[in-house]
Design a protein around this ligand. Sequence first.
Ligand code: GLV
Ligand code: GLV
Length: 324
Amino acid sequence: VLPKILLTRTMPPETQKLIENAQDIELIHWKDGAIPRDQLLKLVPGVSGILCMLTEKIDSEVLDVAGPNLKVVSTFSVGYDHVDLNELRKRKILFGYTPNVLTDATAELTALLVLAASRRMREGICAVENGEWNKWGPLWMLGTQLTNKTVGIVGLGRIGAATAHRLKPFLGANGKIIYTANSDKQAATELGATRVKFDMLIREADVICICCSLNNQTREMFDYDVFKVMKKNVILVNTARGPIIQQDDLVRALSEGLLGSVGLDVTTPEPLDPDHPLLKFSNVTVIPHLGSATLETRTTMGNLAVENVLSGVRGQPLPSPLEL
Ligand code: GLV
Ligand code: GLV
C-alpha cells in the first residue's frame, strides 16, 4: 500500500497538480473549505504526512490519532503557533514550513495597512458610498502624513525588515526607524534603524508595525498599559498574529480615544464576528488575513509545502525544515 498524505485544503492550481501527480503516495484531500476538527480526526489515522493550514491545530490529540506512520507535518504558512512543536519533537516527526517566500507579499500588505490607516482609507470609501462626498473641505477627513515620522518595527525579522524597507522612502530624510526583538543586525544596518527597548518603542513611534511571531513572550504583549503610553495619534498595524494584541484592551483603548488609527490583518478569533465591537470604530481597518494572499506567493508557498511533505514521506531531507 502507498503511504497516505492528508491535504486539508485545495491548493493553487499549479500546486494542486504537483501533489496530485505524485505517483508514490495516496492523497486524501479535504476539498470543502476549512476542515472541521472531527473530520480531521477521522481522516488522519494511518497517514504518513499531513499538509495543513494555520486553521488546523496540530496537537497531541491529532498526532496520537494519526499514529506511528506519521513522518512529517508540513504547514502552508510561515507561522507555526498552531502546531505543537514539542509533541512533534518527542515523536521524531519532521516539520516543514514556508518562510522567505511570503516575505514580500506580507511586507507589501503591512505597508498598505499603514498607508490606509494613516490616510483614513476605510472612512473615505464609506463616505463616498454613503453620499457624503459633499462634505469635502480643507479640514475634511485629514489623516497623518508619514514624512518625518518615526516607524517602530516590533520584530525586525524577515517580514519586519522588508516592511521597513518599503516604508522608509515615505519617511524622508528626517524620518526614523526604530525596532525591537529578534533583530536582524544586517537589516538594521542597511536600514539605518536603531534598536530600542520595547518600552521606548511604544512611546516614541508614530507608526507601530507588529511583525513578530506569536509565542509565550509575545502573547498579549500589547495590552491596555501599553496602549496608554502610545502617542495619541499612533498608527498601529498588526499583520502577525491576533493574540499578540490583548483585543479587549484594544477595544477599551479605542473607546477611550487613546489611539489614532489601527490596521489589522489578524484578529482573535479568526474569522472575526461581523458584529464585533472592533468593527464599530471608523478608525479601525480590518482585513481577513490576506498577508500572503497573492497568486504568485500562494503558489510558491504551496509548492514548497508540497515538496516538504513529499520529501518527508519519501525519507528525504525537507527543502524547508524547521529544526526541532
Ligand atoms: C500567515 O499568517 C503565515 O503564517 O503564513
Ligand atoms: C516572521 O514571521 C518572519 O518571517 O520574520
